[in-house]
Design a protein around this ligand. Sequence first.
Ligand code: TRP
Length: 325
Amino acid sequence: MRSASATNGHPELLDEFAADVRAGLGGPGQKTLPSRYLYDDLGSALFEAISFLPEYGLTRADERIVRAHAREMAAMLRPPVVVAELGSGSGRKTRWILEALARLKPTVYYPIDISSAALQRCAVELGGLASVRVEPIEDDYLGGLTTVTSQRKTNERLFLLFLGSTIGNFERDKAQEFLGEIRARLLPGDAFLLGTDLVKPPAALLAAYDDPLGVTAAFNLNLLRRLNRELDADFDLALFEHEARWDAAEKRVDMHIVARRAHKARIKALDLVVLFRAGESIWTESSYKYEADEPIRIARRAKFEPAGQWRDLEWPFAESLFIAR
Ligand code: TRP
């Protein structure tokens, strides 16, 4: 999970944000905005709220599995083990793994996140654990992982965590590619824990991504407020609504911000006028859902050996453990 304004005090990130918004909204085709911009401070707080919604079982399932099986996982890895996590978020789930490892031998934990606010929260949440040293790394996933692997000692095993089904926000071929990039940075014997949300009935998924309280809608629409604030735009939020669509062929939920009627918005910082037809949408994220054997298949192709898989039955979700070949 990401949080805080990615552009806080980083002018080059503001340029990147501006360029992404222009690319996503400036053309004639399907409008899009990258989902990572959902996680400014308010967006991060709203996502945290989403994780408590009864309809959104994903985060709690992820934590239940990790909590129930952390000792079993730790027992499979010969110490010393250092832990790195891609997109650490608050660190709530990781506590169980660190506790299980630290019972056996002191360990180091490298949370990797582009959000300094997320890293700070994570350091507070996990900083008090006995025999765990927390070393936050503010970087993107592969940059941060490269930093960790270049510092590691060869007698240490690396245990890399990629939880929360963030892999589900990659297109399927990009997910495969990403696992290859990860594997290229690991050494044989390193471990990799991958969380994937599983395919479930469309009604359950649609409720998870369009809850009756409207928290998910607020989370998605907050992106327009961010454009208003950071790029001096004038989007009228009352003219938009959140929509989640299940794509049965692609097995993914698509999140859209839909214009209720034809109108235009101005983005002053980009000197751009954006025209909307009635019902036209901005596509903000896709959340791909997996069959339980799929993570194993793609990880095998990336030269990982499956070492275990645990599932939650209440909210179908899989945690798969791999060892780098
Ligand atoms: N990565 C999360 C997921 O796919 C984020 C998320 C939850 C989300 N609800 C959303 C993203 C609504 C956009 C819109 O589950």
